[in-house]
Design a protein around this ligand. Structure first.
Ligand code: ZN
Length: 285
């Protein structure tokens, strides 16, 4: 029976979790960047990304039987930065492509521009324009044009509303976004540290809700468990007390299931909505 992972095993699992989460963040950033070309409300995609990446981080940790400790911050920061960069780059790429389409639609009026500039394709003409405006072409030029126009607040039906183009304001908003995502993803990962795992195989224990118990029954069970008595509290139709959960290993390594009394709180982002009242640890076998 091997309960704890070796250092290299734990490192390997952390690396796999990192790769999976970064890939998820990259794909999500491309998807929200494309969606954002059509509809953007400041804060919407940021909150969406925080939720999706928190859930994904927890799912990878469960799948890989990885228990995040110090690595949680690195993982959260890397995922947040990847999403943010992918989202912004996709948006800039979309902006440049839309400009090229506009050139194509108005190619009759722009015939002289093509002649004078020597550009062969609409994209070349757009790049010349970006270069004249920012000193850079391609996606980088598009990114600079967007930065110089100020933080986007609303984009819908082809209309845009932006905050005044103040570099410090944009830097503050960018840092705040990165911090918001990192804190939420890290919080979701750190909640995993409190989840029980199987002493035999390291899997996170599966939890099954049995029902609520009254506060008096919860206090009785907490007392008994503190003294090592294996009392099973009785569930009832109460609305006030904590929830009783049964915890077992899905690979069947549980001789006696664990029991946990958990108090759920309303409105909480990510997976942080529950606090443990008391636990009777599972006995492996
Ligand atoms: Zn197990």
């Amino acid at each position: 029976m091997q309960a704890t992972l070796s250092r290299s095993q734990a490192f390997g699992r952390a690396t796999l979790a990192l790769l999976g989460l970064l890939l998820t963040a990259l794909l999500l950033g491309i998807a929200t960047g494309l969606a954002g070309r059509v509809l953007t409300i400041l804060g919407f995609y940021e909150v969406l990304a925080a939720l999706v990446l928190s859930v994904a981080a927890v799912a990878y940790a469960h799948m890989l039987r990885w228990r995040p400790r110090a690595g949680a911050l690195v993982l959260a920061l890397a995922a947040s930065a990847t999403w943010l960069v992918a989202h912004r780059l996709t948006d800039a790429w979309g902006f440049r492509a839309e400009q090229a389409q506009m050139v194509l639609r108005e190619s009759h009026e722009l015939a002289e521009d093509f002649l004078v500039s020597g550009a062969d394709t609409p994209l070349q003409l757009v790049d010349l324009g970006l270069n004249a405006e920012t000193g850079a072409d391609g996606v980088r030029g598009a990114l600079l044009v967007e930065w110089d126009s100020g933080q986007l607040v609303l984009r819908a039906l082809g209309l845009e509303r932006r905050l005044p183009p103040l570099p410090w304001l944009q830097a503050v908003l960018l840092s705040a976004t990165l911090a918001f995502l990192t804190v939420l993803i890290r919080r979701a990962l750190l909640h995993l540290a409190a989840e029980p795992t199987c002493a035999v195989c390291g899997r996170y224990l599966q939890r099954q809700r049995l029902g609520r118990v009254t506060p008096e029954e919860a206090a009785r069970a907490t007392q008994a468990w503190a003294h090592g008595e294996p009392l099973e509290p009785t569930v009832s139709a109460t609305l006030a007390g904590p929830e009783l959960l049964r915890e077992t290993c899905s690979a069947g390594h549980t001789a006696q299931p664990g029991l946990a009394l958990v108090q759920y709180r309303g409105h909480s982002l990510g997976s942080g909505g529950a606090s443990l009242v008391a636990r009777r640890p599972a006995i492996s076998g």
